[in-house]
Design a protein around this ligand. Structure first.
Ligand code: SAM
Length: 225
């Protein structure tokens, strides 16, 4: 990991990726700015470094993946992050999505079921802060994210980065009024629908079913068993 550096070549490739994301419909300025600064190659195993700015998912260990940049951008844009929004992320994985949220101004709480991935994500973020002059901070937890983090809620925004069979009630309950939950839902992990839930009041939600994506499964008490 100590061999990582952020070179002009990486910066150039990042800007090309950001241009691609714009062509695909990503327009949120804070998000595009965050993705043009965040060195995605640090979040990947060294052997994938040269592919880090391709719009693709890659393996990160424990049979899990870092999401495709377009997917990260799509989910983040749906959340309409405002400065200091308290955001819960289910599925820390590499830490890339959580770092993107933090760079958009969110106060990030992220939970991962694999301790090894959570620990590695925190090390990656520390290394990026040290090498790249950034000041990324996330609050990381290890456990079953399908239960949320009730002791830290309510959250202005919740993002689930793994495919769920249905929307876990525990997560909807931990949304603040006016809050947004973005989650891929379906029975086939290769063909999930992105669902955006907006909490209108204590009991009512607006539900929008959007585009199709593939994700690794959300495994836990309120997910896949
Ligand atoms: N957001 C990640 C990133 O930026 O690299 C990508 C996440 S990967 C597509 C999905 C992650 O969700 C995996 O790391 C997986 O272990 C995790 N996961 C699956 N079920 C979970 C659960 N119940 N609680 C917490 N994490 C879970």
């Amino acid at each position: 990991m100590l061999n990582y550096q952020d070179t002009y070549k990486h910066k150039g490739l990042r800007l090309q990726l950001v241009e691609l994301l714009k062509r695909k419909g990503i327009h949120n300025e804070a998000l595009l700015n965050a993705m043009s600064q965040l060195p995605r190659h640090y979040f990947l195993p060294l052997e994938f470094e040269q592919h880090a700015y391709e719009d693709k998912a890659f393996p990160i260990g424990e049979d899990q993946t870092i999401s495709q940049p377009y997917t990260v951008a799509y989910q983040t844009q749906l959340l309409s992050i405002q400065a200091n929004d308290k955001v819960l992320e289910i599925g820390t994985g590499s830490g890339y999505q959580g770092s993107t949220l933090a760079m958009c101004g969110a106060n990030v709480y992220t939970i991962e079921r694999h301790a090894s991935l959570s620990n590695k994500a925190l090390k990656t973020i520390a290394l990026i802060n040290q090498h790249c002059g950034l000041n990324i901070h996330v609050n990381a937890f290890i456990g079953d994210g399908t239960k949320g983090l009730p002791e830290h809620g309510p959250f202005n925004k919740i993002i689930v980065t793994a495919g769920a069979p249905s929307v876990p009630k525990a997560l909807a309950n931990q949304l603040a009024i006016g809050g947004i939950l973005v989650i891929p839902v379906g029975q086939d992990n290769q063909a999930l629908k992105m669902v955006k839930l907006t909490k209108l009041d204590a009991t009512q939600f607006k539900t929008e079913v959007l585009d199709q994506f593939s994700f690794v499964p959300l495994i836990g008490q309120n997910g896949w068993q």
